[in-house]
Ligand binder design. Structure first.
Ligand SMILES: Cc1ncc(COP(=O)(O)O)c(C=O)c1O
Length: 386
């Protein structure tokens, strides 16, 4: 069955008792045992909940993995995955990545003796140099947040396998509708399901999908032991969002491409970072490994003085953090989503004071371009008059 059909049908044929097409929300935290030594398969909700299980099975299937785990946020999902590692272990991580992931690695995992080196994850020589006997995994975002750098998943996971490393891919920006890293050789996929999977800026959630029995058992143990699991109500809300993922991703992609092309030609814009543009350095790899493009991109204005008035003048587009929802949001990574990354690293990567990140929603593209156009014109006027 095609992915569009599988998405639309999440949970709809799993309730044989009533035939409900929307799977019920099981709020129970405890489940009766038929007798000593027997279980219905559900004992305690942290370990397994019927509503969450439907979501987890759907996630595993959509990402071509063996097991899925729903967590209370994307960060909780990353924390569970990083808990696979122990004192002395070392990870190789994308140079450009979500600031919260960097914070988790640098401010929390280091306290447990787990360290990370940040590198361009297409540079196999640089990664080989960083690899020590203690290196256990490579963690990549592709595209990265916010600079949209692309990593060749197949090439990197083949290299990781040859070194005995796990490949972990944060697939938040593309979702399994456009990209399935496990099919390309990855071992674990992580999502901030708060973003495109939920899709409506109204549910905080994370997902993990793993390949292989032993690895899935280890993650299952950590998921239950750490306990940052997704509640039944939010599991249902996430599934409701996922049913329309295909339609939304196509519209996000269409709108983002049109707007990126518009900005590329705009006199006040210095650079547009969007892998759907043939000028993007990752265009060829992205076109090969994904069937489409995300709805988020970043762009640099020519003069940092534009930033404040642009954010003040946008009306339809909200000045807000987060991404992947039906409503368009614009954020300033240097002081918001990526503020926890030290200045010298941000500057090295390019997350500087001229960069804006735009999560393009599903509104009519003409309205979004009109909003941007008036905000850019107002910003230009103010700067010229100052
Ligand atoms: C790529 C990526 N991974 C993980 C996260 C963390 O997810 P959450 O905010 O759901 O905890 C985010 C949040 O913005 C993200 O953009």
């Amino acid at each position: 069955m095609k992915i569009e059909s599988r998405l639309a049908q999440i949970g709809s044929i799993q309730e044989p008792k009533t035939g409900a097409v929307s799977f019920p929300v099981y709020n129970a935290t405890a489940f009766r045992h038929p007798k000593l030594g027997e279980s219905t398969g559900f004992d305690y909700t942290r370990t397994k909940n019927p509503t969450r299980s439907v979501l987890e099975d759907a996630a595993a299937q959509l990402e071509s993995g063996d097991a899925g785990f729903a967590c209370s946020s994307g960060m909780a999902a990353l924390h569970v995955v990083l808990s696979l590692f122990s004192q002395g272990d070392h990870l190789i991580v994308s140079l450009d990545l979500y600031g919260g992931t960097y914070r988790l690695l640098e401010k929390i995992m280091t306290r447990f003796g787990v360290t990370a080196s940040y590198v361009d994850t297409n540079d196999i020589d640089a990664m080989s140099e960083l690899c020590t006997p203690n290196t256990k995994a490579i963690l990549i975002e592709t595209p990265t947040n916010p600079l949209m750098m692309i990593t060749d998943i197949e090439r990197v996971s083949a290299w990781a396998k040859s070194k005995g490393l796990l490949t972990i891919v944060d697939n938040t920006l593309l979702t399994p509708f456009f990209q399935r890293p496990i099919e390309l050789g990855a071992d674990i996929v992580v999502h901030s399901a708060t973003k495109y999977l939920g899709g409506h800026n109204d549910v905080l959630a994370g997902l993990i999908v793993s390949k292989g029995k032993e690895l899935s058992e280890q993650i299952g143990f950590l998921h239950n032991s750490i306990g940052a699991v997704l509640g039944a109500q939010d599991s249902w809300l996430l599934m409701r969002g996922m049913k329309t993922l295909a339609l939304r991703m196509e519209r996000h992609q269409y709108n983002a491409t049109r707007i990126a092309e518009y900005l590329l030609e705009h006199e006040s814009i210095e650079e547009v970072f969007y892998p759907a543009l043939p000028s993007h350095p990752g265009y060829e790899v992205q076109s090969r490994q994904s069937s489409g493009n995300t709805g988020i991109f970043s762009f640099k204005v020519k003069d940092a003085r534009y930033i404040e008035p642009i954010l003040r003048h946008i009306k339809l587009i909200a000045f807000a953090e987060s991404l992947g929802g039906v409503e368009s949001l614009m954020t300033y990574p240097a002081v918001q989503t990526h503020a926890d990354i030290p200045l010298e690293i941000r500057q090295k990567v390019g997350v500087d004071d001229k960069l804006l990140r735009f999560s393009v929603g599903i509104e009519h593209v003409d309205d979004l371009i009109a909003d941007l156009d008036q905000a850019l014109a107002a910003a230009k006027r103010e700067i010229e008059e100052a």
